[in-house]
Ligand binder design. Structure first.
Ligand SMILES: Cc1ncc(COP(=O)(O)O)c(C=O)c1O
Length: 415
């Protein structure tokens, strides 16, 4: 029997064909690796195959009917995304391959012009590698400095450090994740953005874990840049989004040069295309952008407040249940209102990879490792954790089965 929830989970589950999969013979799949990527509903899969079967064509170029239909569908997704995050205009939405490429776009097209020798970029110890490595590369190239805001054991930030860095008058960019993909900690970014803006500093938000799981309003938070990935919010792989305030985007130089990002090309000069096309060189991932549009429709129909409510309920239940497992250490905030539905934990000295393998034997997909956050792992003095992460189709019954499986694993390892 399904639990009472902010969402009609049993109905939602019918929309996801993969949830009928059996693992290891006859074990029902319990998919708890949603922070890595989410499953896709029929509507997303169908939108992609509909494009290939009925109106496959390149966009923006030809005048024939297929091209027109494909262009409309592609641009419609841009409009849907703009509405979804409350951007002022679809021109502020740039399609990339993923969140990682979106962050790199900012680093190449904005930061290389605006950050120089001795300048400081502020990030935090919770960041995913994709919000660390681009800044290290830039720092090396420009002799700029990367400073990490420290976090406590639960992933809460030190605002004292932040204040101190901002006072130095050297900070040119603050780039922070709204939600940790390891600890689940939700960062008070509105306050951070306000503090940075008071000093005239621009802020990039890594929304890879927040945009799929809670209402996000870029105008309200007032960020300058935001990056996220379609595949973590029911959409296909190969599509990411970079949101940039239009007045900033207007001054940015192109990222990649080639077709579609130009108006005119002559032997000695090029006139770039209007926004946002100036930043989308070459044939884009048309099919998957269209699939992403269907994912946005799906989430809009459910409502992001209901998604967040469901996940709070799941997280609360999972933490309570996990706390009863002997030898368990749970990382991240204990208050479910301060965190997303991603729970990192360890049991005694069982290696997370061994635990994940035992879980897989029982049909349960969890993640193990450093979760692309080795700076955080070092800060917590850990080499790896196990991680369970939830989405709209997960149930309390699945959490119960996950806990039973953990208990069995604990016994195997005699913890
Ligand atoms: C917080 C965070 N930022 C960025 C990324 C990178 O996303 P992608 O691999 O889709 O570029 C991830 C992916 O796990 C993430 O969790």
């Amino acid at each position: 029997m399904m639990q009472k929830s902010a969402l009609n989970v049993s109905k939602i589950r019918e929309d996801f064909p993969i949830l009928r999969r059996k693992i290891n013979g006859n074990k029902a799949l319990i998919y708890l690796d949603n922070a890595a990527t989410t499953q896709k509903p029929h509507s997303v899969i169908n939108a992609i195959s509909d494009y290939y079967m009925n109106y496959n064509s390149n966009i923006h170029r030809a005048v024939h009917q297929l091209a027109e239909e494909a262009t409309v569908a592609y641009e419609m997704t841009r409009e849907k995304i703009a509405k979804f995050i409350n951007a002022r205009s679809p021109n502020e939405i740039i399609f990339t391959r993923n969140a990682t490429e979106a962050i790199n776009l900012v680093s190449y097209s904005w930061a290389r012009r605006n950050i120089g020798k001795g300048d400081v970029i502020v990030i935090t110890e919770i960041e995913h590698h994709s919000n660390i490595v681009p800044w290290q590369i830039l720092g090396d190239e420009k002799a700029a400095k990367l400073e990490y805001l420290r976090v406590d054991d639960r992933g809460y930030l030190s605002f004292q450090d932040y204040e101190r860095y901002l006072q130095s008058n050297k900070v040119k960019l603050v780039s922070v994740s709204q939600m940790s993909n390891v600890l689940g900690t939700i960062i008070p970014i509105e306050q951070m953005i306000k503090m940075a803006h008071d000093k005239g500093i621009q802020v990039l938000i890594d929304g890879a874990q927040s945009v799929p799981h809670m209402p996000v309003n870029v105008q309200k938070m007032d960020c300058d840049f935001m990056a996220f990935s379609a595949h973590k919010m029911l959409g296909p792989t190969g599509v990411g989004v970079l949101y940039v305030k239009e007045e900033i985007l207007e001054k940015m130089s192109p990222f990649i040069g080639g077709g579609d990002m130009i108006k005119e090309v002559h032997k000695d000069r090029t006139v770039y295309n209007d926004l946002p096309y100036k930043f989308e060189a070459g044939t884009p991932n048309i099919a998957d952008v269209i699939g992403f549009g269907a994912a946005i429709d799906y989430l809009q129909a459910i409502g992001m407040n209901a998604v967040r409510e469901h996940e709070i309920e799941m997280t609360k239940y999972a933490i309570k249940s996990l706390e009863r497992v002997k030898g368990v250490t749970i990382y991240g905030p204990s208050n479910e209102n301060h965190r997303g539905a991603v729970i990192s934990f360890n049991i005694g000295d069982i290696h997370p990879h061994d635990l994940a393998t035992l879980m897989n034997d029982q049909g349960i997909a969890i993640r193990s490792g450093h979760h692309c956050a080795q700076v955080l792992m070092d800060r917590l003095d850990l080499s790896a954790t196990s991680r369970a992460s939830f989405y709209i189709y997960n149930t309390k019954q699945e959490i119960d089965m996950f806990i039973d499986a953990l208990e069995r694993a604990r016994k195997v390892f005699r913890i």
